[in-house]
Design a binder for this molecule. Structure first.
Ligand code: SF4
Length: 451
């Protein structure tokens, strides 16, 4: 049996599954969680501990058709100025309740396009954040940089604040593929911006590329990956394009007939993975690659890799606070999400209230299933001893859950006294195997293709 037919027998090429950047996943959040829960969780942060912070900027100059991010196209800076004012007010609200002596292990600015902010705004918002929570000595400050929306002044403002990692979205360098996804970003421009970032002293560069886009062929994928490798990024995210036009209306512009089949998607992924491995990148989790000396590759090697709303991370802070519209915060008690509509978010903050409108309070076996899914997504195995050590007790349900997953995927998994293991041939099934541990599955939400 070829490995394709082996994977097909588990429905890989027809299935849909979450990406498990949280457990439970965001569609299962409810309005039972509100600002009081959020405030209680923030007040309970241990004084002197390290936390992480994510800031969302939900605006772009143009909206790419493939993108399912919650973002809004703007042609002037007025909405940005109003939004920055709201962010500053949200930071002030946090100042009133955040315990003393807390420092930041990771700060990430994403969106949308955070580099749409003019230099002075970058400086003002950044200084406000660092006056609330200073970056720890070994802290990481990363920003999503759009090559179409950056210049020397904005880059200078970011480096002055201490940005030490930049992330560039590429998707694909082929002009026909770019035209079909509504994004014009020539290779020379990406190269220029990568050079500019390095010249500014930032050597840590992440680049995202997508497989499964319209008109992608093996030859085009190979060409784009080789161009990407020539940029020498320290980390690469190789995401599958999620065609979900019922969620993201912009994707209705994408010619569905030009999309690769699920089998072709897997071939494109395998080709890109092989090229990256050949160039010295270490595979990290289901869709990341890193140079061996990068923090993410080291975290994967030492069992420190974690999963959060940005995908994989080497950040081990237990608390993540989300700033801005639609941002999600994570605490040991649960998740809290800000209002998704920018107007609702701003209205709450202007009334001196946090804008949390939904979330999830961990209960029953959420911790157990969440820890098992995270370890599976990060390490392709579930190690009984480490799960027990992480939870601090021996959960009665642990072996039953291991057995359930094993029974569903018996011919490709190994179950022994240490736990469950996925050999390399089973790795494309990781999200489906994770789904077998998900108690909420099937109750809501349509997910993207499992491959
Ligand atoms: S890909 Fe980036 S620039 Fe394009 S719409 Fe999405 S967030 Fe905006």
């Amino acid at each position: 049996m070829t490995h394709f037919s082996q994977l097909a027998q588990f429905g890989l090429f027809d299935a849909r599954a979450p990406r498990y950047t949280s457990y439970p996943t965001a569609p299962h959040f409810s309005t039972a969680v509100g600002e009081r829960d959020f405030e209680g969780w923030v007040r309970a942060i241990k004084p002197g501990s390290q936390i992480s912070l994510y800031m969302h900027v939900p605006f772009c100059r143009r909206l790419c058709w493939f993108c399912a991010c919650r973002t809004q196209g703007i042609s002037s800076d007025a909405p940005l100025r109003a939004y920055a004012k709201t962010l500053l007010a949200e930071i002030d609200l946090l100042r009133g309740i955040l315990p003393k002596g807390v420092t930041l292990s990771h700060l990430h600015w994403g969106g949308g396009t955070p580099t749409l902010m003019p230099a002075a705004m970058i400086a003002e918002v950044g200084q406000a954040i660092f006056s609330l929570v200073p970056l720890a000595k070994s802290g990481a400050f990363s920003v999503e940089v759009d090559p179409n929306e950056i210049d020397a002044a904005r880059l200078r403002a970011l480096t002055d604040l201490g940005m030490n990692r930049a992330s560039i979205g590429v998707q694909d360098f082929d002009p026909e593929v770019q035209a079909a996804i509504g994004r014009n970003q020539p290779f020379y421009l990406t190269r220029q911006v990568a050079d500019m970032i390095r010249d500014a002293g930032i050597s840590a560069l992440n680049v995202d590329i997508l497989f499964g886009l319209p008109h992608q062929t093996m030859a085009r994928m190979a060409g784009s990956v080789m161009q990407l490798i020539s940029l020498a990024p320290s980390r690469v995210a190789l995401y599958g394009y999620a065609h979900v036009p019922w969620i993201s209306r912009r994707q209705q512009m994408i010619p569905a007939a030009a999309l690769p089949t699920p089998q072709e998607r897997l071939r494109l992924f395998e080709l890109a993975s092989d090229l990256l491995a050949g160039a010295g990148y270490v595979a990290v989790g289901i869709d990341h690659f890193a140079l061996p000396d990068d923090g993410m590759a080291r975290a994967a090697k030492t069992g420190q890799l974690r999963r959060n709303f940005q995908g994989y991370t080497d950040d081990t802070a237990e608390v993540l606070i989300g700033l801005g519209a639609s941002s999600i915060s994570r605490f040991s008690g649960g998740y809290a999400q800000n209002a998704s509509r920018t107007a609702d978010y701003a209205a709450a903050i202007q009334n001196n209230r946090f804008s949390v409108h939904r979330g999830h309070i961990f209960w029953q076996d959420d911790y157990l299933r969440g820890a098992m899914i995270e370890q599976l997504m990060c390490e392709f195995r579930i190690d009984r001893a480490r799960i027990i050590q992480r939870l601090g007790y021996t959960p009665a349900a642990l072996d039953g859950l291991l057995q359930t997953s094993f029974d569903a995927f018996k011919s490709v998994l190994v179950l022994d006294a240490e736990g469950l293991k996925l050999p390399p041939v089973a790795r494309p099934l990781t999200r489906l195997i994770a789904q077998s541990l998900d108690a909420y599955v099937g109750t809501k939400a349509q997910h993207s293709a499992a491959i």
